[in-house]
Design a protein around this ligand. Structure first.
Ligand SMILES: CC(C)(COP(=O)(O)OP(=O)(O)OC[C@H]1O[C@@H](n2cnc3c(N)ncnc32)[C@H](O)[C@@H]1OP(=O)(O)O)[C@@H](O)C(=O)NCCC(=O)NCCS
Length: 381
């Protein structure tokens, strides 16, 4: 049978360069991650989420005036159509926040004032709107499912502080606001990760921003991607509840050929630079809130997995204990990843459409020999 493709794709497209991009630089051997050329460590130390959004969407750091304007626009967009609130209220109480978010983001397109417009300006507007709306949806659904009243947004607050206010009903401490702000910076973009690739594939059909982001949220949910932070905490919780020794617990998982969530990475062959920050945040927040146990168990697991399996912690490992010490429920961890990653997804959709071509690779055919002929139903064995 004659071959139909010219190359053999590595499983999972490992090492395949699938596009050009000016957004995110990664050096997996040196553990470097940079947005628009600026190292993630500098951004985590000096920037904030709104400024990082500007950097990702517009390709440069904003002036003071540009940053103020973006902050104002994000704050103005802290509103949800009443029908979206009704939709959140109609979800069954057992619906996972990540699934509700996926459906709600899809529904947002019905009420978007630029729904039919897929040009660059409209897509930047949609990026701003979706960034505000996604945070509001996560906070609102959590309150609805718990039977609590919704909290009005405070347009004077930062994105991180407003989310915590709308989630908890109280103004966050400066420490909690900064911790979430740094976590949002660290999760904002990561080149052609699975959800961003999904977003670009959808955008490249000339569909629309909401469809691309809905595709991305579906991809982020899985435990091999954004869902790993929830899986990490379920292990910490199981160890805490059973009183098991953390190392024995993990050894047992490995003996059962299970992967340890929060470890390993397709691109990094050294420490994930985001884990470096999250480790410190997890430790400091644990100590300052009297919940040091989550960090202590995590670091015992990390020490063992690194020594035994030569695997490094990734972004999800210490984000689990960090979010828990901030008082956030475990099934909100992955939605919080989406609250941040919307910035990167939108930047990639805009970049894709700036120089678009349909993304349509080939599959290496490994099925029955061609031609295999049709057999009438009464002659089949
Ligand atoms: C991130 C991840 C999906 C990358 O996958 P990948 O590049 O396809 O790597 P593979 O799954 O092929 O792993 C390569 C080897 O390392 C092992 N490995 C990778 N991650 C592991 C983990 N977390 N726990 C135990 N073993 C792991 C695999 O079992 C495999 O071993 P083998 O060659 O003996 O079969 C993978 O490391 C993983 O599943 N990690 C846990 C989930 C997670 O934290 N995801 C978030 C990523 S940011």
């Amino acid at each position: 049978m004659s071959g139909m493709t010219t190359t053999h794709a590595p499983k999972g497209l490992e090492g395949v360069v699938a596009t050009n991009s000016k957004i995110c630089y990664i050096d997996g051997d040196r553990g470097v991650l940079a947005y628009r050329g600026i190292d993630i460590h500098e951004l985590a130390d000096h920037s904030n989420f709104e400024e990082t959004c500007y950097l990702l969407w517009f390709g440069k750091l904003p002036t003071r005036r540009e940053l103020r304007q973006l902050r104002e626009r994000l704050a103005e967009e802290r509103k949800l159509d009443a029908s979206v609130i009704t939709l959140l209220g109609s979800a069954p109480r057992h619906a996972l926040p990540m699934d509700v978010l996926r459906t709600a983001v899809s529904a947002l397109s019905f009420y978007d004032p630029q729904e039919k417009n897929n040009d660059r300006t409209a897509n930047v507007d949609k990026a701003i709107r979706l960034t505000s709306q996604i945070a509001m949806i996560v906070a609102a659904y959590d309150r609805i499912r718990k039977g609590k009243p919704l909290v009005e947004p405070d347009r004077a607050l930062s994105h991180a502080a407003n989310f915590l206010l709308m989630l908890n009903g109280t103004h966050p401490s400066a420490t909690a606001e900064r911790a979430l702000d740094i976590a949002l910076i660290l999760h904002a973009d990561h080149e052609l990760n699975a959800s961003t690739f999904a977003a670009r594939v959808t955008a490249a059909t000339l569909s629309d921003m909401h469809s691309a982001i809905t595709s991305a949220i579906g991809a982020l949910k899985g435990p091999l991607h954004g869902g790993a932070n929830e899986a990490v905490f379920r292990i910490l919780e199981a160890i805490d509840e059973s009183g098991a020794d953390p190392v024995e617990y993990v050894k047992d998982m490995l003996a059962q050929k299970k992967k340890i969530p929060g470890f390993g990475h397709r691109v990094y062959h050294t420490e994930d630079p985001r884990a470096t920050h999250l480790r410190v945040m997890s430790r400091d927040l644990g100590n300052s809130t009297g919940q040091a146990k989550w960090f202590e168990v995590s670091s015992k697991i990390e020490e063992f997995v690194k020594a035994d399996k030569k695997l490094n912690a990734n972004v999800d490992f210490y984000s689990a204990s960090t979010y828990r010490t901030l008082g956030i429920d475990v099934d909100l961890f992955t939605p919080i990843f989406a609250i941040s990653r919307i910035s990167g997804w939108a930047a990639h959709v805009i970049e894709q459409l700036d120089d678009n071509r349909l993304i349509r690779p080939r599959a290496e055919y490994t099925g029955p020999e061609y031609p295999s002929h049709y057999v009438a139903i009464d002659q089949r064995s």
